[in-house]
Design a protein around this ligand. Sequence first.
Ligand code: CP3
Length: 344
Amino acid sequence: MDPTQRLLGACRGEPVDRPPVWLMRQAGRYLPEYRAVREGVPFLEMCRDVDKAVEVSLQPVRLVGTEAVIFFSDIFVPVAGMGVELDFQPGPVLAEPIRKRAQVEALLDVDPRESVPFVFQILRTLRRELESQAVPLLGFAGAPFTLACYMVEGQGSRHFSTVKRMMYREPQLFDALLDRLTTMTIAYLTAQIENGAQAVQLFDTWAGMLGPEDYRRFALPTHRRIAEVLPRDRAPLILYVQNGGHVVDEMIEAGSDVISLDWRLDLADAAKRAGSRVSIQGNLDPTALHAPPEEIERRVREIAAAGSAARGHVLNLGHGCHPDTPVEGVRAFTDAARALGGEA
Ligand code: CP3
């Protein structure tokens, strides 16, 4: 079974020899080879540089044995394409946070193929490079709620109270922003699939800070709309929410093929609930990659055993790889996945 069959099979709940493995933020600062390419290049410039982006996207396969490639970019790249002025310091910072209706209306309704053409060049190049090894290529986008968090706040925040104020005091304005972002996300992911992405992940990192009622009101409808419209027969959809233990049932109902979970919940319980309806992805704590290799291997076996209650399981972290992660820990993680059995 080749890595593409294994990943797509696990996403769709078809029989596979063992769970495939990749890591969120697998191309990143923990790799000296990434830092060497990145040296002196501003982050957004790196995202627009096709050769460099392709090079760092491919590094983890060779250096740490991951079994899928996620193209190097950031969830805010297409937002810049909507005419929003932003910079990375190192997280996204907007020159003018979106607070008024006129600003929502002024967001450009552009085709991502025209506003961020380099993304699709990166994907096409990666797909060509990966074809011979049958390594699958993943696309991704930020979910509307998570994008809106930064766009309204202007930058990252502990409580996102400015966003929540808009949500509670001006829900129609917030809906209008979510609507524009949902339309953009659908166009962006569809274009990624057309340009070589074989599965796509929707990052709704911050939706987990919503209580169940607000999650159902503001996040779930956007997930549903995206899941309904994307050509999922061509590329399965993975939905990631951080801190989503209280909304697992809502994640299952969103209509994606896979739900990606973090380490704060009981994976065996989530897998049972997912059952035959969706596959699951996760969920090692990224800081556990500091543990000795035997401990990482033990945890991978536990996670795989818990995950086996769902129709399919993709091994991953519960959130992105941190910059201080030891490379040996990442290697121990992917080795442990291969030690679960199956063909080489
Ligand atoms: O998974 C991958 O490797 C694909 C690439 C990717 C990046 N960011 C690269 C990146 C993806 C999928 C993201 C997602 C992302 N970006 C999210 C959602 C998921 C999550 O991790 O929470 C969010 C909220 C962002 C916004 C963002 N971009 C922040 C908060 C930061 C700064 C914090 C940090 O981790 O450095 C970024 C910068 C960023 N995005 C870097 C990378 C590799 C670091 C840039 C650098 O090398 O200095």
